[in-house]
Design a protein around this ligand. Sequence first.
Ligand code: ATP
Length: 136
Amino acid sequence: MAMMQLEIITAERVVYSDEVNAVVAPGIEGELGILPHHAALMTMLKPGELLVRKDSDESYLAVSGGFMEVLDNKVIILADAAERAEEIDAERAEAARHRAEELLKTRPPGIDIITAEAALRRSLIRLKVTVRRKRK
Ligand code: ATP
């Protein structure tokens, strides 16, 4: 089966580095399916779920936005934050969701709505990805 190299990198660490068969990434204009020998491409990613297929295995990661470049059979993702499903602390994500929801509900003076909404979105994506992990 045809393969391509996938690298997912944040400022802190290399989150993923392996040969894979397919990637489905959350592009800002919609989901982007990338197969080996895809045409060169550069795009921004929005916060979302990233699916990686390797042989018969499908794994999911949570990505908090960033950039993706496809070039020479290599997919490079520079992410603001990214976690493999098994790395996500569900309690922490649940606490972040609760905090953001409370802020958006009570709207205390000086609250930055955009920041709270972004935190809520990140927490919901992380929770969704942990559910994928349990179903596997
Ligand atoms: P929190 O409020 O819980 O810190 P956050 O959305 O503000 O969440 P980020 O700023 O997106 O967190 O990420 C900060 C760092 O913590 C990143 O390295 C990210 O991968 C990691 N991280 C955030 N939430 C989780 C989680 N639930 N499980 C594991 N790692 C997490």
